[in-house]
Design a binder for this molecule. Structure first.
Ligand code: ZN
Length: 202
């Protein structure tokens, strides 16, 4: 984490998985709490969990600054509105994520409400997966929809981002890039610097 920060990374993307919404279990609050004093990186918490509204306050108390929940967890749209309102009431940024099979039209009612749109570029649940090429079109369409509405929000991509796929997602309009294996396997500082240089070029 420190190596990434020193190399210029700005966010720490934290995948919280509950073993229900996705098959894997990662980590929860104690780990996040223990990391917080050791870095100034923005804690970008990706909640791959059911019932995220139950945990929003607690994650914010522990230092989360961007909170992204999945559209698919909601039984009805007003649950999504309630989540966004709760995050904003605490002065934090709200993000909504979609799985690769979810249509981007679900973003539409929330274009003006969200700071971040997360287009998953693999099926959520495991690290080290290959980028799903069909998701490029979803990034394009999301950027187009935002541009048409005159909104300059973040589009985040998550999953399978490598030296090969990075230029593709940047060109499609993503500007917040999550990378796990590509950065943390090998020389972390070198990998981060190379990624950041490519992002600055675009
Ligand atoms: Zn994630």
């Amino acid at each position: 984490m420190r190596e990434a920060e020193e190399a210029g990374a700005t966010y720490l993307h934290i995948d919280v998985m509950d073993g229900v919404f996705v098959p894997s279990i990662t980590f929860g609050m104690p780990i996040i709490k223990s990391l917080r004093p050791h870095t100034k990186l923005v804690f970008d918490v990706h909640l791959m969990i059911l019932d995220p509204i139950r945990y929003i306050d607690r994650f914010i108390d522990l230092g989360a600054e961007v909170l992204t929940f999945h559209e698919e967890v909601a039984r009805e749209p007003r649950e999504l509105t309630a989540l966004i309102d709760k995050i904003h009431a605490r002065g934090k940024k709200a993000g909504m994520a979609i799985k690769p099979e979810t249509d981007i039209s679900v973003f539409k009612p929330f274009l003006h409400e969200l700071e971040q749109f997360l287009v998953m570029t693999v099926r959520p649940g495991y690290g080290g997966q290959a980028y799903i090429p069909e998701t490029t079109e979803k990034i394009w369409q999301t950027r187009k929809m935002l541009d048409a509405a005159g909104i300059d929000a973040d589009i985040q991509v998550d999953g399978g981002i490598t030296d090969e796929t990075l230029p593709i997602v940047l060109e499609a309009g993503a500007n917040v890039i999550v990378a796990g294996s590509a950065l943390f396997k090998g020389d972390i500082a070198d990998n981060c610097r190379r990624f950041l240089a490519k992002m600055n070029e675009s």
